[in-house]
Design a protein around this ligand. Structure first.
Ligand SMILES: Nc1nc2c(c(=O)[nH]1)N[C@H]1C(S)=C(S)[C@@H](COP(=O)(O)O)O[C@H]1N2
Ligand SMILES: [Mo]
Length: 202
């Protein structure tokens, strides 16, 4: 029985390798399969989720919470009322180097504008050690610092997207957080975004 399992794995390896190196347009969200998702095993590229499976992760709201004066509940419609930016030719590159997705054009709002609306609670001007966690419904997360967003050019490159190539975001919907100037854009490309948490470093 064990022998059979090993030979299946060996046979499947070239298949997964091809998937990782292939250039994908309108890529399907890839993720480790459910039964492996809690293991610490590092995978460069996962198994594509079925349409049905990805549907249950889609989040229609993004909660902005933590050390803020105004907790927010963002939706695509509320983002559309803010200052909208158009981003051209955005490519998602995995840490492995594989191109995962290419957007000709997408639309979104600056994370900085969202944080300014929420108003981080700062006790004085030296109170600026905060970390910001962008979390997805599958608990995937990316972290930013206060200085990156408010005192560094990176602040002009972090967006919450609500539209890709003229269409609402579907399988990875409804909002995706990106950082356009990261070297590998995959790690801080958070799809199924569900919360933005602001925490003071204690
Ligand atoms: N919610 C969520 N976002 C995620 C991931 C994930 O597993 N869940 N994987 C990340 C990784 S490792 C990469 S390389 C890119 C892959 O982008 P793609 O799914 O569009 O191919 O998304 C990132 N964002
Ligand atoms: Mo990745």
């Amino acid at each position: 029985m064990k022998k059979v399992n090993i030979s299946i794995m060996v046979l499947a390896l070239p298949f997964f390798f091809t998937m990782c190196t292939e250039k994908k347009e309108n890529a399907i969200p890839v993720k480790e399969s459910k039964e492996h998702s809690h293991s610490n095993k590092e995978v460069a590229c996962g198994i594509p989720l079925s349409r049905e499976d990805s549907l249950k992760y889609i989040s229609k709201t993004v909660e902005v919470n933590g050390d803020v004066k105004n907790q927010l509940l963002l939706t695509v419609d509320s983002l559309k009322l803010m200052k909208i930016h158009t981003i051209e030719n955005f490519t998602v590159v995995c840490q492995s180097g594989a191109n995962m997705k290419e957007d000709k054009t997408c639309k979104g709002v600056l994370l900085r504008d969202i944080l300014e609306k929420a108003e981080i609670i700062q006790n004085n001007h030296k109170d600026r050690n905060f970390y910001i966690v962008a979390r997805a419904s599958d608990d995937y997360k990316a972290t930013f610092s206060w200085a990156e967003i408010f005192n560094n050019p990176t602040g002009d490159e972090v967006f919450v997207l609500f539209e890709e190539n003229g269409e609402p975001i579907q399988r990875q919907g409804e909002m995706i957080l990106i950082c356009r100037n990261d070297i590998k854009t995959g790690p801080r490309h958070v799809y199924w975004l569900k919360s933005i948490e602001i925490n003071r470093v204690e």
